[in-house]
Every structure is written in structure tokens, then in C-alpha cells.
Design a protein around this ligand. Structure first.
Ligand SMILES: NC(=O)c1ccc[n+]([C@@H]2O[C@H](COP(=O)([O-])OP(=O)(O)OC[C@H]3O[C@@H](n4cnc5c(N)ncnc54)[C@H](O)[C@@H]3O)[C@@H](O)[C@H]2O)c1
Ligand SMILES: [Zn+2]
Length: 411
């Protein structure tokens, strides 16, 4: 080898891997007569008998006591094409699934005991947290099993489920450990939504507002017009919300130019620096959707103060979120550290770290459009927090309410 080659030689490598997965909307997924799951497993045209392991969110298991039996009956009815490697397995639901990273280790041990291979399927039935934890284990084992997501909350169906990533929390830091791994298929069964508690029914509406605010003014108007109907659990309206929101997410990931988030900005994280911090500060007692709603409101308030939103637009955002059932305040927003600084501001530092040292925060620029900003003024965030606080709003209302003699003088 010449000395020159040793010093400067560079071999270049470049290839693209096409990513393709269906997102299918159905009802009665585990009814043996419903072909959706079978077709999804066979979508590559392979005719062999497929090995499948099924994991079910404990909350879903509780709400649907007959589910495990129905899943077994489904596989029994298709035994020529599908092999259920073990009875459906229950996994802790909600943030518990992500908080205990040891769960991933336990899942890997099961995969190994069942001798799953890269052609085997893992079906994860559950909310976003279970999809994240089971998805991470599936992505790690043999460098990636085939993951079929069956999201069971609104948020999981319109956001987490159609995305290309997973994560668990690590030493108290949300989503610190995870991978980018597109699923093999996503099967959204709206029958699961009926048993959701109200908190999780409305949770996904916040993500719909998020994506509408930065990408689609028409969808924002649609959401605002149906907010009360959605909150009152109108199933048809919710199914439409989920389809439209999922489509916007898919478009964004496909066309946004950065599906694996290597660039500087994270538009889909609009409102999330606040949300993630609030979740951590409250020990995850606040739901993700509720935290996102507060984050959207705070960052929209910031956008208004900077002139990126009009007053009427801010009012429309507030009204839409309130009528959807969200509370736009949490006492943790006002918590201060020993130096008197708002603790929530630490969320910006976490976000900066997450982005690799440079801060880029997405804000609406009018409803339906967005821009990224490299600096966030703490003093302005302080004002936005004050503006949201119930005490401040009550005194603002009092000040705005004409006194009795003023009313008389107008009559
Ligand atoms: N990977 C991503 O791209 C991504 C994106 C957004 C959010 N997330 C994550 O998703 C998680 C939030 O997900 P979520 O809002 O779906 O909530 P969740 O997964 O925390 O579930 C909330 C609760 O609902 C229960 N549950 C789930 N489905 C049910 C059903 N059909 N009936 C009755 N109970 C049911 C669960 O057991 C749990 O107790 C957070 O951890 C968040 O970080 C991930
Ligand atoms: Zn979110």
C-alpha cells in the first residue's frame, strides 16, 4: 500500500433502504373472520407458517377480560398460517412499562426462550408506553424482529403507533434509550377505544391540535368545530380525527426530510419541551396528552407575545383545547428552584441536550405553519406561565368585568 493511500484513503458508502408499512383501520381485529391481521403478517407474500408472540397492555387486559381467549381463538382458527408461540403475555400498562427498563430485559429473555428469529413477529397490543417498551425489545433482539403495533389509545393510534421510533426512560430521563425502527404494520382497531377512561380518550386530541397547529389550518378548524363532540365521546368524529391525524404524521415523517431526526429541529415535538418536563416533575401522574395540551398553550402564548400568532388565533387555540376537556394549568408550572428560577425552564435544557447541544424549538407562525427558533427568552416564558395561572386569569377577568355602576351607565 502506498504511503499516500494509507494517509488519505476514503471509501464512500451510501445506500437508501425503502421503508414501507401499512396503517390499517379496522374493528374486531381478533374476530377470526377478520382477515386484517393474517394479511398483515403475510404481506411479504411468504407462504410459510409464521411464528407470532403477542403482548397485551395490562390496562387493556383488565378492560377486555375476554381478549386473551379471543386472541387464542384467532390463532387457533388460522393455525395453518400462524403459530402463537405462547399464550398472550400481559405487560404493565402506562409509564410503568417504560420506567422499569428491566422490563426490556425480561421481554428479551422470553424472545430467547421461544427461539424467535428475524422472521418472527411480535404483536404489541396497548397504549403508547407499551408500544414503546415492547417495540424497543423487538428492535434489539436479533437486531430487529417484525413488530406489529396494535395501538389501543387515541394517542397511540394517531401518533405513537404510526411513528418510526421507540424508547424507554432511563434513570428518570424520559425516552433516553431507544431506537428508530419502523414497524412491520400498524393495525388500528377502534373497538379498543370504547373502554378508555376519559383522560386517555381526550389525550390524543392534544396531539391532533399539535400537528394541526404546525401543518394544517383546515384540520385545526375541523378540530375546533368538533371539540365538544369529541370530548362527548362521539365515536365517528374520533375515528375521523385519528385517520386525519395519523395521515398528517405519516406525511410529515415521509416528506419532512428527516424521518430519523438527525437534523436540528423536531417539529413534531412542538409543545413537548414543556410536556416532558411536566410529566417528569409530576412523577408521570399527569397524562402525556394533558401535558402536551399545556405545552401547546404555553408555547402558543409565547408565539403570541412574539407576534407569530394573532390574538384571535391564540383565543381559538385556548378555546379548542378547553372545549376538548383539557385543563390548561398545572401547579408544577409555577414551581421554582433554590435560585428562584422556574423549574419548568429546565425542560429547555433537557431539550437542548436531546438535540445534541443546539436548541431549536418549533413555534406556530400563524395557524397551520411553523418556524424554528434557536433561542427562547426565559423572561417571556415567565410571563406566559403567569398568564396561564388561574389566579392571574381570575384577576384579569375581574378587571375586565365592568363594575355595577359602569353597567348602569351603559344601559
Ligand atoms: N414513540 C413515539 O414516537 C412516541 C410519540 C408520542 C408519545 N409516546 C409515548 O407514548 C406514551 C403515552 O401513550 P398513551 O397516551 O397511549 O398512554 P399510555 O400508554 O401511558 O396508557 C395510558 C393508560 O391507558 C391504559 N390503556 C391503554 N389502552 C387502553 C384501552 N383500550 N382501554 C383501557 N385502558 C387502556 C394503559 O394501561 C395505561 O394505564 C408516553 O410514554 C409517550 O412518551 C411515544
Ligand atoms: Zn407527544
Amino acid at each position: 500500500m502506498s504511503a499516500r493511500l494509507q494517509k488519505d484513503a476514503v471509501l464512500r458508502q451510501s445506500f437508501a433502504v425503502p421503508v414501507e408499512f401499512p396503517v390499517i383501520f379496522t374493528r374486531g381485529l381478533f374476530d377470526p373472520a377478520n382477515p386484517v391481521l393474517l394479511k398483515a403478517v403475510r404481506r411479504m407474500g411468504e407462504r410459510r407458517r409464521h411464528r407470532v408472540a403477542v403482548f397485551v397492555d395490562a390496562g387493556v387486559w383488565r378492560a377486555h377480560p375476554a381478549l386473551a381467549r379471543r386472541i387464542r381463538a384467532y390463532f387457533a382458527a388460522h393455525t395453518g398460517a400462524l403459530e402463537l408461540v405462547a399464550p398472550p403475555q400481559r405487560v404493565p400498562g402506562g409509564e410503568k412499562a417504560k420506567r422499569d427498563a428491566a422490563l426490556v430485559g425480561r421481554l428479551l429473555a422470553r424472545f430467547q426462550a421461544w427461539r424467535l428469529c428475524r422472521h418472527s413477529f411480535v404483536v404489541a397490543v396497548g397504549g403508547g408506553a407499551v408500544l414503546d417498551a415492547v417495540g424497543l425489545a423487538a428492535a434489539l433482539f436479533h437486531r430487529g424482529l417484525r413488530l406489529i403495533r396494535v395501538p389501543t389509545t387515541v394517542l397511540a393510534q394517531n401518533d405513537v403507533g404510526v411513528g418510526v421510533k421507540n424508547a424507554v426512560n432511563w434513570r428518570g430521563v424520559k425516552n433516553l434509550v431507544g431506537t428508530f425502527s419502523p414497524p412491520f404494520a400498524v393495525l388500528n382497531d377502534s373497538d379498543f377505544l370504547a373502554a378508555l377512561p376519559d383522560r386517555d380518550w381526550i389525550g390524543g386530541i392534544a396531539e391532533a391540535f399539535k400537528v394541526a397547529l404546525i401543518r394544517d389550518a383546515r384540520f385545526f378548524r375541523w378540530l375546533s368545530a368538533r371539540a365538544s363532540q369529541l370530548r362527548a365521546r362521539d365515536r365517528a368524529a374520533m375515528e375521523e380525527l385519528i385517520r386525519r391525524c395519523a395521515a398528517l404524521h405519516l406525511d410529515h415523517i415521509r416528506g419532512g426530510g428527516d424521518p430519523f431526526e438527525t437534523g436540528r429541529a423536531r417539529p413534531l415535538d412542538f409543545g413537548h419541551w414543556v410536556a416532558h418536563k411536566l410529566e417528569a416533575m409530576t412523577g408521570f401522574r399527569i397524562g402525556h396528552g394533558q401535558a402536551v395540551a399545556i405545552g401547546l398553550m404555553l408555547d402558543s402564548g409565547y408565539a403570541r407575545r412574539k407576534g407569530w400568532l394573532k390574538a384571535a388565533e391564540l383565543r381559538a387555540i385556548r378555546s379548542g383545547l378547553l372545549r376538548s376537556g383539557f385543563t390548561l394549568w398545572h401547579p408544577a408550572l409555577a414551581a421554582r428552584d433554590g435560585r428562584g428560577r422556574l423549574k419548568i425552564l429546565r425542560g429547555l435544557e433537557d431539550f437542548r441536550e436531546h438535540l445534541g447541544g443546539e436548541l431549536w424549538v418549533t413555534y406556530p407562525l400563524g395557524i397551520g405553519r411553523r418556524h424554528e427558533v434557536g433561542e427562547v427568552e426565559s423572561a417571556c416564558v415567565e410571563e406566559c406561565v403567569r398568564a396561564l395561572s388561574p389566579g392571574r386569569r381570575a384577576s384579569a377577568r375581574k378587571a375586565a368585568t365592568p363594575r355595577p355602576q359602569q353597567i348602569r351607565s351603559r344601559m
